[in-house]
Write a protein that binds this ligand. Structure first.
Ligand SMILES: Cc1cc2nc3c(=O)[nH]c(=O)nc-3n(C[C@H](O)[C@H](O)[C@H](O)COP(=O)(O)OP(=O)(O)OC[C@H]3O[C@@H](n4cnc5c(N)ncnc54)[C@H](O)[C@@H]3O)c2cc1C
Length: 433
C-alpha cells in the first residue's frame, strides 16, 4: 500500500484526494490547518452578507465520509522535508509518504504598504470574510446610532485592487448600499455611504478585454463606486487611507484585494522559488530533484502553453489536482507521469445584480450583462463541492435576488470588528495638535 500525503485541502489538494480515493493500493492523508475547504470565489458574498459562511466552506470529514482510504488530519504544517517527503505539523506530529503533494495555496501580500498588515482587511480566507462582514456591519450600526461619525469616514469603504476580487467586492457593496440597506437601517442616511476602488493600473480587470473592462467600470459607477485608477495605496491607518496621488480618504474599512503570494510554507523549503514565492514544477507537476514530490495550484509555478506561468485560478488548481492524482496512480502502477496541459475554459467576473463579464473558451467569446450574470452563477454553483452546498447556495441566491435583501447580516465577530470611536477621536486630536 502506497501512502500519499497531501498538504492543503483547497481546490488542488481536495481534487487530488478525491481522484485518488478508492484506489486499492493507495492510502491518503490530507492535512489542512482548517477542518474545511474554503470556497474563495464566494467569500465576497459572505463579506457583504449575501451568503452565510456555511455556503462557502465544506467540512472535509463530510466530503470524505464514504472514502475509506482518505484520512483527514487537521493541523498547520510548519515544516516540510522534500528529501524524505515528510510534513510536520505544529504539535510535532510527522507524516511521511511515498508521495508528497504540496497544495498549500496562497496568502495575502501587502507589498510592504505601511499600516496595511495592521489596519486593512484582507479577503482570502473564510475568517477574513467573516471579520470583514462584521466590520461593515459594525460601522453601519455606529453611524445609525451617531450620524456625526459619517463625517469621520464611518461609511467610506475603500477597496484596494481592481482585479476580479476587488471588482466583485466593490460591486457587491454598491448593490448592498443601493438595494438592501435602506430597509434595514431606517434612521441612517444610506445615500452618504461611499465605495472607492483603488488600482495603480488605469483600468479594472486587467486580465480581461478592453470591452469587458469598460463595461465593468460603467456598471461599478452605476452602483455609485468611485474609481480611483492610476493611483495606489501609500499608507493605511486606523482612520484613513493615503493614496500615492496625495489624496487622503477618511475610512475605517480598507479592504485589501491587492495581491497574493504563495503560502508562507514555501519559504522554508530550502529551494529557490519563483515569482510570488511559488514553487517551480516540471511539466508533470513534480518538483525537480525530489522524486515523489509534487506541487499544485496557487502554491506552484506551472508553465502554460504560451511559456507564461498559469494564473492563480480555481480551475487551474482543480485540473492540476486531478492530473497529479492520475500521475501518482500511473507511477504506482509502474508507469511514468504525463505533462499537465491546462484546458482554459475562460474567465469571468461578477459586477453585481444582473451584471457580469465572461470570456469563454480558447477564443474568448465575450458575454456581458444578465447572460454573463447567469453564467457566473451556473458555473460557480457547479463548482461547489457537495450537492447539498449547490442546492443551499442556489436557494440563498434566489431569496437575495427576489427579496433584494442580505441574508446573513449577523455581526458575530464584534471583538475583532468594532471601532473604538473614543480612541479614534483622541488619536486624531493628538495628530492635529
Ligand atoms: C477572494 C477570492 C476570490 C476568488 N475568486 C475566484 C473565481 O471566481 N474563480 C477562480 O477561478 N478563482 C478564484 N480565486 C482564486 C482561487 O480561489 C485559487 O486559485 C484557488 O483557491 C487555489 O487553489 P489551491 O488549492 O491552490 O489553494 P487554496 O484553495 O487556497 O487551498 C489551500 C489550502 O491549504 C491550506 N493550508 C495553507 N497553508 C497550510 C499549512 N501550513 N498547513 C496546513 N494547511 C495549509 C489552507 O487552509 C487551504 O485549505 C479567488 C481567490 C480569492 C482569494
Amino acid at each position: 500500500m502506497k501512502h500519499v500525503v497531501i498538504v492543503g485541502g483547497g481546490f488542488a489538494g481536495l481534487n487530488c484526494a478525491l481522484k485518488l480515493a478508492f484506489h486499492p493500493n493507495i492510502r491518503i492523508t490530507l492535512i489542512d490547518k482548517n477542518n474545511y475547504q474554503q470556497f474563495q470565489p464566494l467569500l465576497y458574498q459572505v463579506a457583504t452578507a449575501g451568503l452565510a459562511p456555511t455556503n462557502a466552506a465544506f467540512a472535509f470529514r463530510n466530503v470524505f465520509r464514504r472514502y475509506p482510504n482518505v484520512d483527514i488530519k487537521m493541523g498547520e504544517v510548519v515544516s516540510v522535508d522534500l528529501k524524505t517527503r515528510a510534513a510536520e505539523v505544529a504539535d510535532g506530529q510527522k507524516y511521511q509518504g511515498d508521495f508528497l503533494v504540496l497544495a498549500a495555496g496562497s496568502q495575502v501580500n501587502f507589498f510592504g504598504t505601511p499600516g496595511a498588515d495592521k489596519h486593512a482587511f484582507p479577503l482570502y480566507s473564510l475568517h477574513d470574510a467573516e471579520v470583514l462582514r462584521s466590520r461593515i456591519l459594525a460601522v453601519l450600526e455606529s453611524a445609525d446610532r451617531d450620524p456625526s461619525l459619517i463625517a469621520k469616514g464611518a461609511l467610506n469603504f475603500v477597496i484596494v485592487g481592481g482585479g476580479p476580487t476587488g471588482t466583485e467586492m466593490a460591486g457587491a457593496l454598491g448593490d448592498m448600499i443601493q438595494l438592501a440597506l435602506k430597509d434595514l437601517y431606517k434612521d441612517l442616511d444610506v445615500s452618504k455611504a461611499k465605495v472607492f476602488l483603488v488600482d495603480r493600473d488605469h483600468k479594472v480587470l486587467s486580465a480581461f478585454s478592453s470591452k469587458s473592462q469598460k463595461y465593468a467600470a460603467r456598471m461599478l459607477e452605476q452602483r455609485g463606486v468611485q474609481l480611483k485608477l492610476g493611483t495606489s495605496a501609500k499608507e493605511v491607518t486606523s482612520g484613513h487611507l493615503v493614496l500615492s496621488d496625495g489624496t487622503t480618504i477618511p475610512t475605517h474599512t480598507v479592504i485589501w484585494a491587492g495581491g497574493l503570494k504563495a503560502s508562507s510554507l514555501s519559504s522554508d523549503l530550502g529551494v529557490p522559488l519563483a515569482h510570488g514565492g511559488r514553487l517551480d514544477v516540471q511539466p508533470d507537476l513534480g518538483v525537480k530533484d525530489f522524486p515523489g514530490v509534487y506541487a499544485l495550484g496557487d502554491f506552484a509555478n506551472v508553465t502554460g502553453a504560451d511559456a507564461k506561468p498559469l494564473p492563480q485560478l480555481a480551475s487551474v488548481a482543480e485540473q492540476a489536482g486531478k492530473h497529479c492524482a492520475k500521475n501518482i496512480k500511473t507511477v504506482v502502477d509502474g508507469g511514468a507521469g504525463k505533462p499537465f496541459h491546462y484546458l482554459d475554459k475562460g474567465i469571468m467576473a461578477m459586477i453585481g445584480r444582473n451584471s457580469a463579464v465572461a470570456e469563454l473558451g480558447k477564443h474568448r467569446h465575450e458575454l456581458q450583462g444578465p447572460i454573463a450574470f447567469a453564467a457566473w452563477l451556473g458555473v460557480h454553483a457547479a463548482l461547489l463541492t457537495t450537492l447539498r452546498a449547490k442546492i443551499d447556495t442556489v436557494v440563498e441566491w434566489g431569496w437575495d435576488y427576489l427579496g433584494k435583501s442580505t441574508a446573513d447580516s449577523v455581526l458575530d465577530r464584534a471583538s475583532q470588528a468594532n471601532v473604538d470611536w473614543k480612541e479614534e477621536e483622541e488619536r486624531s486630536d493628538s495628530e492635529v495638535h
